[in-house]
Write a new protein. Structure first.
Length: 201
């Protein structure tokens, strides 16, 4: 990996351009205890001062949620897979930051503490990939250093952040988190599980 000279600024890239085919409707707009799934994911990011936060979307469904406090990137080619969203977001952020935190928008149980643990590690060594892990297994979200930006831009299809991170296994720092914080929503059957975790606190 080629590391560029840059001050240590971290950008957040939220991937919200999926088609929610297994959910039956747009899962990111689904409200759980009064807040949509996307709002809950963004809430975990809001307590850290990212240099810039960008959300990749495929339509205007989220305009009311996102407002003007985040940058919206339109992906008109969602059939090309998650790699296309990552590439578009990286192109947008790459010149301004030395690291990009890639977050899946359907992880509503992420916490600010999880994010701070990751950013603290990255700020300590901004040449490393910093990934959440559960019992050592690499999971999303993941922070990539600028040395990985060229590879992120070349991603396509269903190869996402985790696949790229695993190809640089010797340069990864794992941050162990509670597995429940990384639960995502694929179908309506996942909603009661998420609600239970929220109520458990």
């Amino acid at each position: 990996m080629r590391e560029r000279k840059n001050s240590t600024k971290i950008g957040a890239l939220v991937l919200a351009a999926g088609n929610s085919s297994r959910f039956g409707s747009n899962k990111l707009l689904f409200k759980i205890n009064g807040k949509s799934v996307l709002e809950r994911t963004l809430l975990a990011l809001s307590g850290f001062k990212f240099w810039k936060t960008a959300v990749v979307v495929s339509n205007t469904d989220f305009d009311d949620i996102l407002g003007n406090h985040v940058e919206k990137i339109l992906n008109k080619q969602i059939s090309l897979g998650i790699g296309k969203s990552i590439a578009l977001g990286t192109i947008y952020l790459r010149e301004e930051v030395s690291g990009i935190l890639i977050v899946l928008a359907d992880q509503p149980l992420l916490t600010l503490d999880d994010i701070k643990k990751m950013t603290d590690v990255f700020l300590g060594d901004p040449t490393k990939i910093v990934a959440c892990s559960v019992y050592g297994e690499i999971r999303n979200p993941i922070i990539f250093p600028s040395g990985c930006f060229d590879e992120l831009i070349k991603l396509s299809g269903d190869r996402g952040a985790r696949g790229l991170a695993n190809s640089h296994i010797d340069n990864i720092v794992r941050v162990e988190v509670d597995s429940s914080h990384l639960l995502d929503i694929d179908s309506i059957q996942d909603v009661p599980i998420i609600i239970k975790e929220i109520e458990r606190g």
